[in-house]
Design a protein around this ligand. Sequence first.
Ligand code: NDP
Length: 294
Amino acid sequence: MNDDKRIDGKAFSASVREKVKRQVETLQRDHGITPGLAVVLVGEDPASQVYVRNKAKQTVEAGMRSDEIRMEATATQAEVLEVVDRLNADPGIHGILVQLPLPDQIDETAVLDRIDPAKDVDGFHVINTGRLQVGLPALVPCTPRGCLMMLKDRLGDLSGLNAIVIGRSNIVGKPMAMLLLQESCTVTIAHSRTKDLPELCRRQDIVVAAVGRPHFVKGDWIAEGATVIDVGINRVPKDDGKTRLVGDVDYDEAVERAGAITPVPGGVGPMTIACLLANTITACCMANGIEEPA
Ligand code: NDP
């Protein structure tokens, strides 16, 4: 029975990517446009290399143009900004993503601010953050967009539901809370100073955990039938000296009470790249003043 509760992010992300592929075909056929995504990687961080490789692979599979710009770890800020300027000016590129973290000599904020907000498919630019706040069309950070898609797929109309977001980071917690508010949820944002968090959680229809602490949310924090979205990705040691990934929620406990829950791995994680592609479609359509194909 608990298997029915499991929200399969892998399968869901595959369906999002299929939809993106169909949208690309429509844009090519009806408008002669191929959406383009550029990813900038500075340095040789092994995890970043894997992410960038996966992003490029999935971009190509969706039928989009994929540009990968690799720069030496010693690249200067001016060199990185020059690359961003070039991509901003390239009409065939609709989305730009600068892979974080950047080497120490580079000011991350300055680089992210330089990206044309219309091409900011990570949704980190202050213009997009502001547009999201005031309810204007905006490019929304990929992970919260993916979480919302999964919630709506499972629950349909979210209006009037009580939702808590644990975590208030700019890339997950805050935009997630804004998206839920836009769906007319009653939203609580919790953080490290929040009092009585277990009790607060027990009152919620939706719990989104974005904390970065393994198994932080316990089963008895979850109301019977609540929907749990676990954003956390934590690497913990196993008995054999290797490591495994676990979420911010104690899945085995929480699944007994939840109505639906995302596992880690295989929940929110796979949705992030799918939403990056979806954001590139959004950016491409906004840039060309055309409605997003269904
Ligand atoms: P941050 O470290 O930026 O934010 C963590 C948040 O958790 C902070 O707001 C912090 O509060 C809050 N917090 C920390 N301790 C507690 C506590 N004891 N009680 C309540 N709140 C607490 O993390 P991110 O938002 O970047 O990421 C969160 C998790 O999501 C990480 O595991 C990360 O790896 C994962 N992640 C997964 C992605 C995916 O694709 N699936 C994408 C992005 C992130 P305060 O502000 O007060 O310090």
